[in-house]
Write a protein that binds this ligand. Sequence first.
Ligand code: FMN
Length: 352
Amino acid sequence: MSITLIHPAPDSGWADQRLDGVLKHALAGREVRVVRRAEELDGLQSQRLILALALGDAGVNLEYMRMLARLRKAPGLLQSCTGGLIVDGAGELYTKSAAAEGALAMNQAGCALVGRPLVEGTGSLANFAVQAKNLGTGLMGAYRHAAAELADHVEGFAFPRKEKPEVLVLHASSHHTSNTMDLWSQVREKLEGRCAIREIGLRNGTLSDCSGCPYTMCLHFGEQGGCFYGGVMQDEVYPAVRTADALVLLCPNYNDALSANLSAFINRLTALFRQTRFYHKAVFAIVVSGYSGGDVVARQVIAAMNMNKSFYLPQHFALIETANNPGQALALPGIQNRLERFGRNILDTLCL
Ligand SMILES: Cc1cc2nc3c(=O)[nH]c(=O)nc-3n(C[C@H](O)[C@H](O)[C@H](O)COP(=O)(O)O)c2cc1C
């Protein structure tokens, strides 16, 4: 196995110095093909990829912008790839937003992302404080360690397929009028018989948001299989997530973000995450906006569920549509083809 390193040339040479050192360490002894210009983004299907991005002090890399344009215009450019990202900045801002934007573009170009696919070096490297302490090393040592671990993970990961995978669907919508639910009901028909499907509604009032308990308290409740608040999350959702092979999140765009109920679900997942990682569970999403902003919501799912909570992000993980009035989503031009492709992608990802 080898790694393809997509490493856009930085605007100024100094911006790449720290990242170069980290990459030399992380990729030592591996067979590596390096892509530095947007024009070289070709023939990359079925590769193991790392996007290594030096952002400098303004959070910008112009060569990367040219690459982003190519990725967005060619949905099959990275077909059947598996990848991760290393994003290095000279300041404390922009690394996470650039990573989420890059991750969505890679995914829509056909690249799956391993769980926890991002190694992020902020200017001060303060984001490595806990890992450095746990490893008994300095901040730079923790950065290098994380990058080497990511390279191993990207090179070796294979998502396990099953005879009859369990799919857990989480929503917080009204069945009668929701465009998001309309799209899901069509996708469901395509999965029926091949997957065991369970739907849980997180309607208003059924779910309290995370109360932000101290780490040890969260750990304690998590070890008992629950969380400070208990309720539907503890009784129904945690057990269902534990056995699921994939989650499908139904995400209407509410103020350019996930709805409060879905956000609360993800926040409350922290207690379970303290017990276990979700590398072998996939996350899919159906995102519907009335007017615009589907990419913002899809990025939020990637940041929260894949980058943070460690779920595997299959290629083309999200169906992203724009429809406002009831019934409009199912009348969109070409929607039946896109639903067919989305359903087939779920089956191809999960089923033997
Ligand atoms: C509270 C609320 C906030 C919304 N905010 C946005 C928004 O910021 N941008 C947008 O394009 N649509 C927004 N919408 C419209 C929905 O995204 C739209 O109705 C879409 O069809 C998905 O919702 P549905 O599944 O309930 O039909 C909002 C709807 C509600 C109820």
